[in-house]
Design a protein around this ligand. Sequence first.
Ligand code: XMP
Ligand code: MG
Length: 184
Amino acid sequence: MYGDDIASVLITEQQINEKIRELAKQVSDDYPERGDRDDLVLVGVLKGAVMFMTDLARALSVPVQMEFMAVSSYGSATSSSGVVRILKDLDRDVAGRHVLIVEDIIDSGLTLSWLLKNLQSRNPASLEVCTLLRKPDAVKVEVPVRYVGFEIPNEFVVGYGLDFAERYRDLPYIGTLAPEVYST
Ligand code: XMP
Ligand code: MG
């Protein structure tokens, strides 16, 4: 699939699955079932986090509600500026609820830092972050991230939700893109 566009596989489908079991165990332990309409609210950031969010949700042993937000950061195709616009907001109020942001990747951390402020202002009972991937630059911005799947090198990656120009999201693994793909 996708010819020679993928230069290397960074994280295999099996490694992703194993990591999701691990993360799901931690999250399930940290958010015991409360009942009485107080389920954990997963907030997925569209579109990149969709694969991770749906797999994570199914691996949890506690009930969750699923919300999505779409934001666009003004910036180039491969880096973000920290100026964020909401394209799709949550469908429900999260005041008083336990909220876990589910992200595909934290790079500069600017998107996440904006998102945390935005969601914090809605007065959730708690607010934490679970990201599948984190790049080294993320240390520059002080964003508390409770759950991290993989620390990856500073390379542009695609697959398992992550795109380049809307392609490659459907790959079941995470890989690096051949340089020819950027330049054409
Ligand atoms: P910041 O820099 O705000 O960026 O943490 C987070 C968003 O940038 C995108 N991003 C990537 N997308 N492969 C991608 O497909 C990458 O290697 C990559 N690095 C950053 C992504 O949308 C993420 O939510
Ligand atoms: Mg993208």
